[in-house]
Design a protein around this ligand. Structure first.
Ligand code: GDP
Ligand code: MG
Length: 163
C-alpha cells in the first residue's frame, strides 16, 4: 500500500511514539507475523489525506551493548534501503549526541529523501536542539512533538510530495 516511510534515529528520541501517533493506535510490541522482524514493524499510517506504510525501527533497547551498534547500523541501513522517504528523528531537548551524528552520516549517504524531525519540541523546550540539528547536514528541521501532536501540519507538508 502506497509509499513506505521509515522512522530512524537513536534509541529514546520518540520513534515509537511517532509511529503510534501516525498509525493511530498502539500496536503490540511483538509482531508474530512470519517474515516481519520485531525490529522493523510496519503499520498503516494516516496523516490528513495521506496514507502510507510506516516502519518503526524498534526493539534496539533490548539489545546487549556489545551487539547494539552493529544491530543499529544494520537495521538503519536496511530501513533506508527499503524506504521511499525517511523520517530522521532527534530529541530536541537532549540536543545532538555523537550517536545522532553517527546515524546522520548513514542517512546522508542515501539518495532517498530525508525529513529531519526535532521531536520533544513542545512548549519551545527544544529550541537549542533545533538549532544544533542543522549541523547534521540533513536540511531544515521540523520542530514537533510526537507525544503532544504538535508540528503535524509541517510534517504533512514535508511528506506530501513523497507519498
Ligand atoms: P524510541 O526509542 O525512539 O522509540 O522512543 P519512544 O517512542 O519509546 O520514546 C522515548 C521516551 O520519550 C518515552 O518516555 C516517550 O514518552 C518520550 N517522548 C516521545 N515523544 C515525546 C515528545 O514529543 N515529547 C516529550 N516530552 N517526550 C516524548
Ligand atoms: Mg522505539
Amino acid at each position: 500500500m502506497g509509499a513506505k516511510v521509515a522512522i530512524i534515529g537513536r534509541p529514546n528520541v520518540g520513534k515509537s511514539t511517532l509511529f503510534n501517533r501516525l498509525v493511530g493506535k498502539r500496536l503490540a510490541l511483538v509482531d508474530d507475523t512470519p517474515g516481519v522482524t520485531r525490529d522493523r514493524r510496519p503499520g498503516d499510517a494516516r496523516l490528513g489525506d495521506l496514507k502510507f506504510t510506516i516502519v518503526d525501527t524498534a526493539g534496539l533497547e533490548d539489545a546487549d551493548s556489545a551487539s547494539l551498534e552493529g544491530r543499529m547500523r544494520r537495521q538503519t541501513e536496511e530501513a533506508i534501503e527499503e524506504a521511499d522517504v525517511i523520517l530522521f528523528v532527534i530529541d530536541a531537548r537532549a540536543g545532538i549526541t555523537p550517536l545522532d551524528a553517527h546515524f546522520a552520516a548513514l542517512a546522508r549517504k542515501t539518495t532517498t529523501p530525508v525529513i529531519l524531525l526535532a521531536n520533544k519540541a513542545e512548549g519551545r523546550a527544544g529550541a537549542p536542539g533545533i538549532y544544533e540539528s542543522y549541523s547534521l547536514g540533513l536540511g531544515e528541521p521540523i520542530a514537533m512533538s510526537a507525544e503532544h501532536g504538535e508540528g503535524l501540519a509541517d510534517l504533512y507538508d514535508a511528506l506530501k510530495p513523497h507519498v
